[in-house]
Write a protein that binds this ligand. Sequence first.
Ligand SMILES: C[S@@+](CC[C@H](N)C(=O)[O-])C[C@H]1O[C@@H](n2cnc3c(N)ncnc32)[C@H](O)[C@@H]1O
Length: 248
Amino acid sequence: MSGKTPRIYGRLAPWFHLLTSPDDYSEEAEFFRRTIVAASATPPETLLELGSGGGNNASYLKASFKMTLTDISPQMLAVSRTLNPECEHIQGDMRSIRLGREFDAVFIHDAIAYMITEDDLRRAIETAFVHCRNGGVALFAPDHTRETFLPSTRHGGHDGEGRAMRYLEWVHDPDPADTSYTVDFALLLREGNEVRCEYDRHICGLFGHEDWLRVIGSAGFSPRAVPFEHSEVEPGSSVVFLGIKPER
Ligand SMILES: C[S@@+](CC[C@H](N)C(=O)[O-])C[C@H]1O[C@@H](n2cnc3c(N)ncnc32)[C@H](O)[C@@H]1O
């Protein structure tokens, strides 16, 4: 993250699965799995995820790939370890981590949103390139591009053992001329009958479709955009980006 770490990735990380539950990820994880497999010349076996967070996607993808999960936040890695104890977990910043090995595929899901300048984005994509074997693929899945971005509000949350969370999420773009937007959360945390309120701000990156393709191409990948398919997403309203590393 550039700037302040959102509370949900720090001291509130133990609440993460009540904000966004692994149960809600099966359809999108299946889309990511088949997109990675379809873009690969040979069946991929190893997958590196950068910014793996609570390990929600990984909890499905691990059935198809041997996964290495990395995140900048030790608290989030601890959350993911509870869900994915069989996966390798390593702390590191996606802009600079170097594991000294290559994978058949590299995946950055919504964590790519924390790249808020083009230089951050370039560094994260270079990390993906360095860790991708020749002929391998990288998949980048931002929540929005400049073209698909719409301000929104939504609410949700989940019940856990003896505690529960409900949230209001407000996505807005205070300065359409820069490369970032803002997501503000009001979090209601209930333990027994006690409820407290936390405010959390996320500053996220916003880049145009052609900028994505250009930055992925500059890293050395062959870039491609793929429409994101999900039963809760309007067709054509969202894209993900692939980088195919040349065979050499
Ligand atoms: C929304 S969560 C990812 C959730 C994930 N998609 C899942 O399936 O559970 C975003 C994650 O990005 C991580 N993150 C933010 N900036 C990062 C960086 N520079 N390098 C690595 N991870 C980062 C945060 O710590 C957080 O865990």
